[in-house]
Design a protein around this ligand. Structure first.
Ligand SMILES: NC(=O)c1ccc[n+]([C@@H]2O[C@H](COP(=O)([O-])OP(=O)(O)OC[C@H]3O[C@@H](n4cnc5c(N)ncnc54)[C@H](O)[C@@H]3O)[C@@H](O)[C@H]2O)c1
Length: 258
């Protein structure tokens, strides 16, 4: 757990209702920060704020819809300035390139990559206008650093996020706004359960076996927790990481080297 404090610091967490988003919301609040929780359904964002001490607000935005993102970001800024943005929405679809249905490909890209671009654009304009230092963190993946059979669209979206991160970071350095990507390994989460079921259906086999296999990759041969990912995201979005920008940081218990 980080020992820094975040009083006076406000972070927008997109995909706040998810496993990693919720952990980010909780840790930011525990450090004294204020959170704007966003999700595609407002009740998901409100759920993330349940029992969380402090003054936080929930908002609804489908990140695949640029108009909805712009309107919600305007509402978030009307409630106060934003210092940090954590982008955690994401969906996974398992398919070979040869068999991927175009609407599925577009749906995945719309959330994982287009949405990140929409959010980047909508949040950065008021940040620059306000002349405030700030930080963006995009949830990429180990799948953004290494390809994998059956994960072409997911990998393309997550590699794409790292390209966006590097370019956006280079553009924003003069404005004292930092941009980083975090690349989690397999996280103990409902999303990993769903992916295990999809992979079992794709390869043939048992979902529990696939999940158990996912838990053994990497030098540490265990899953990553949502809290372990969140603590890196929270650090990167905080002023404590003031010299860190343009990076893609694996949080994978050594999956890439194990
Ligand atoms: N769970 C893992 O093993 C893992 C590993 C590596 C990377 N990641 C990435 O980390 C991020 C968070 O993962 P998670 O496990 O918390 O996922 P999750 O499925 O628990 O949460 C995703 C959140 O995004 C929201 N969302 C989905 N579509 C949206 C849309 N159109 N507009 C707004 N919000 C939308 C969902 O409602 C949900 O609250 C994702 O980008 C995922 O790809 C996860």
């Amino acid at each position: 757990m980080l020992t820094m404090r975040l009083e006076g610091h406000r972070t927008a967490v997109l995909g706040a209702g998810g496993a990693i988003g919720r952990a980010c919301v909780r840790q930011l609040a525990e450090l004294g920060g204020e959170v704007a929780a966003l999700d595609r359904d407002k009740t998901f964002a409100e759920g993330a704020l349940d029992g969380v001490a402090g003054t936080h607000r929930a908002y609804e935005a489908d990140v695949a819809d640029p108009g909805a993102v712009s309107a919600t970001v305007e509402a978030v800024w009307a409630d106060g300035p934003v210092d940090g943005v954590i982008y955690a929405p994401g969906i996974a679809i398992t398919s070979d390139v040869a068999d991927m249905a175009w609407p599925d490909y577009r749906r995945l890209m719309a959330v994982n990559l287009d949405g990140a671009f929409h959010a980047a654009q909508a949040f950065v304009k008021p940040m620059i206008a306000a002349k405030r230092p700030g930080a963006f963190v995009f949830l990429s993946s180990m799948a953004g650093l290494r390809g994998e059979a059956g994960a072409s669209a997911y990998c393309a979206s997550k590699f794409g996020l790292i390209g966006l991160t590097q370019s956006f970071a280079a553009e924003l350095t003069p404005h004292h706004i930092r941009v980083n990507a975090v690349c989690p390994g397999n996280v103990d989460s409902p999303l990993l359960r769903q992916v295990s079921e999809d992979i079992a259906a794709y390869r043939g086999g048992d979902a529990d076996d696939v999940h158990a296999e996912a838990a053994k990759i990497g030098a540490a041969r265990r899953l990553v927790t949502a809290d372990e990912v969140a603590s890196v995201c929270v650090w990167l979005v905080s002023p404590a990481a003031s010299a860190v920008t343009g990076t893609a940081l694996p949080v994978d218990v050594g999956a890439l080297v194990g």
